[in-house]
Design a binder for this molecule. Structure first.
Ligand code: FAD
Length: 418
């Protein structure tokens, strides 16, 4: 089973060819009303004198997913992370409550699940990525929240993580991370650190083995932050299995099967609880479209965010081919570049007038309750700190930034086009 961000209504697959509905047209069509789509739509509505911007988004709710880590850690209820889509849609924009099923960039049209065809002058593609639960044998999304299986990667699942941590009485707790790319590569380990903290507070840590099993060769790709995180892991006594990919869940036996990626050999671990970060990839309708690159992501220039073959098409966020860490923080820096370059294209300017995105991404790595390492870096994996002090250290102040500062920044600035 494959699902995209949060909760969305089941999509009906309309037979587009036989659709009787008329075509409609907008100057700009934004596909996906998540973090990236709404940030772009809000900025365009603020900057364009007479915006004709339509957002295609099937979900009733908009989610601030970074909070799901804190929900899973019991810091807040899940409802804190969502707003009604209508409330975040700019007044000047049109919300088309449907899902795109097909791109026809040669005709400047997208096809909706309901059968309608929507024409555009400019297209922004931001439908996020797809969670591929079924890539792990024996696993489906509806198993999350039962039998010791939990995941912060679903809105409906993250409160179940907190329930699982509260009910845990000791034994083996496993935290998995699939091979990248995934959204927020830090999230799989953040919940392991919160769990360790929680187990200590409850007095069950001494009879608990915590295993962090990741499909990556190390804890983090940027060495300055990896150094601190390795110290955190050593201090907490967390066992690590790197280059190990979860390939099967035997729910009845409470066993997780990993593949050693170098040798293909299988490693079976018993668990009492397991937090699963599902394998992730491009949405099928993107992968199968003329907009996709070889890996299935929306093909864009990594600096200008413009499609190489269709210059009126731009993309950002998790669905894009941008070789950066897929985070909301990255979207915050991609958005002004995309909007600038889109508006330059509207004015007929060439790419010499474009702004360039440097690959900035940010990952607030919660290392416990009240502790956080704020990793910010660029395409070259060079730290790009926004704060005038050493952010490679764990800090209480940075935890407060994640807990209170970033949600305020998100709802009051990013979603309002600032
Ligand atoms: P999304 O926000 O996922 O939005 C995609 C939208 O497209 C959704 O609304 C979806 O309904 C819609 N859509 C899907 N299919 C279609 C279709 N066919 N037609 C139209 N619309 C469609 N980032 C950080 O910066 N910091 C963090 O601490 C952090 N922590 C995270 C923790 C977790 C547990 C998770 C899951 C994510 C975290 N992220 C974090 C990552 C961040 O949330 C994403 O990178 C960000 O939301 C990407 O924005 P997006 O718009 O590309 O995708």
């Amino acid at each position: 089973m494959s699902t995209s961000a949060g909760q969305r209504e089941p999509l009906t697959t309309g037979d587009e060819a036989r659709s009787p509905r008329p075509t409609r047209h907008h100057r700009v069509v934004v596909v996906g009303g998540g973090t990236a789509g709404m940030a772009v739509a809000a900025k365009l509505c603020r900057k364009l004198r007479d915006p004709d911007v339509a957002i295609v988004e099937p979900s009733t709710y908009h989610f601030f997913q970074p909070q799901w880590t804190l929900v899973g850690g019991g810091v807040m209820p899940k409802e804190n992370s969502r707003r009604e889509q209508q409330r975040v849609t700019p007044r000047k924009a049109t919300w088309i409550r449907d899902a795109v099923t097909r791109f026809d960039p040669a005709d400047n049209e997208v096809v909706l699940a309901g059968g309608e065809r929507v024409g555009y002058d400019y297209l922004v593609v931001a439908p996020g990525l797809q969670l591929n639960w079924g890539d792990v044998r024996g696993l489906t999304a509806d198993m999350v929240g039962r039998d010791g299986i939990c995941s912060n990667y679903l809105y409906e699942g993250c409160e179940g993580t907190w329930r699982t941590l509260q009910e845990f009485k000791g034994g083996t707790a496993i935290f998995t991370m699939p091979p990248p790319p995934i959204k927020c590569a830090g999230a799989p380990q953040k919940i392991a650190y919160l769990a360790d903290d929680h187990f200590r507070r409850r007095g069950v840590r001494e009879r608990t083995r915590i295993v962090y099993a990741a499909g990556t060769p190390g804890i983090f790709s940027v060495k300055e932050f990896a150094k601190t995180l390795n110290e955190v892991i050593a201090r907490k006594g967390i066992e690590t299995l790197f280059s190990h990919k979860l390939v099967e869940i035997r729910a009845a036996e409470r066993q997780a099967v990993f593949e050693r990626m170098a040798s293909g050999e299988e490693v079976v671990l018993d668990y009492d609880m397991i937090h699963i970060t599902p394998p992730q990839g491009p949405p099928d309708f993107v992968r199968q479209s003329p907009l996709a690159d070889a890996a299935g992501w929306v093909n864009v220039d990594k600096h200008t965010l413009q499609h190489p073959e269709f210059p009126n098409v731009f993309s950002l966020g998790d669905a894009s081919s941008l070789p950066t860490s897929k985070t909301g923080a990255a979207v915050r820096k991609e958005t002004p570049v995309l909007v600038h370059n889109l508006m330059a294209t509207m004015r007929g300017e060439d790419s010499s007038r474009f702004q360039r995105y440097d690959g900035y991404a940010g990952c607030p790595l919660v290392t416990g309750y009240g502790r956080l390492v704020f990793a910010e870096f660029d395409y070259d994996l060079k730290p790009q700190p926004s704060f005038p002090f050493d952010t490679t250290k764990e800090r209480w102040s940075m935890y407060q930034v994640k807990r209170y500062g970033l949600p305020a920044l998100y709802w009051r600035a990013m979603m309002k086009g600032f």
